[in-house]
Design a protein around this ligand. Structure first.
Ligand code: SF4
Length: 154
């Protein structure tokens, strides 16, 4: 197998192994992601915490420094630090300034564009997201609209 070059973002993620899962609150699970995880013996988590809440600000699937459901982790984790929010039923994309790679400006426009495409392709409407918006959860993010983020690398 040929050598693969790691992007600056991948290197930063490896360096900060697990930091985003440890810091972040509330990964968003779509209804089908909840079903997939329940079908693969993770019903305890959802019975205990509901399908959205995350205890103590740390994801219940975080098993330091790894994700216990990595292969089946939700899209929200795959696209992190890019995520989705609702404002008056209008969907918009945000990026988390708490992510070390965002702070360094090494999350590229290309990554953001791919993340947005993945969300648009897989988004099951917005009703489920309204439920998240209603919930009270101590957020440990500094979300800004993706349009306000200026990468230092293009
Ligand atoms: S589901 Fe896995 S990748 Fe996502 S926040 Fe939880 S531990 Fe991290």
């Amino acid at each position: 197998m040929g050598k693969q070059r790691l992007s600056a973002l991948s290197k930063e993620c490896i360096k900060n192994k697990g930091a985003c899962c440890e810091q972040r609150t509330k990964p968003v699970f779509t209804p089908s992601e909840v079903e997939t995880l329940i079908d693969s013996n993770n019903s305890d988590y959802f019975e205990k915490h509901g399908n959205t809440a995350v205890p103590k600000g740390i994801c219940g699937f975080f098993d330091s420094p790894l994700c216990a459901v990595y292969e089946k982790r939700p899209l929200d984790c795959r696209t992190y630090p890019v995520s989705v929010k609702l404002d008056n039923d209008v969907l918009y994309f945000v990026i988390d300034m708490k992510c070390p790679a965002v702070r360094k400006g090494i999350v590229t426009y290309q990554f953001i564009s791919r993340a947005k495409t993945a969300w648009i392709k897989n988004l099951p409407g917005i009703e489920w997201l309204k439920e998240y918006s209603k919930e009270e959860c101590a957020e440990n993010h500094e979300w800004i609209p993706v349009e306000d983020y200026k990468p230092s690398v293009l």
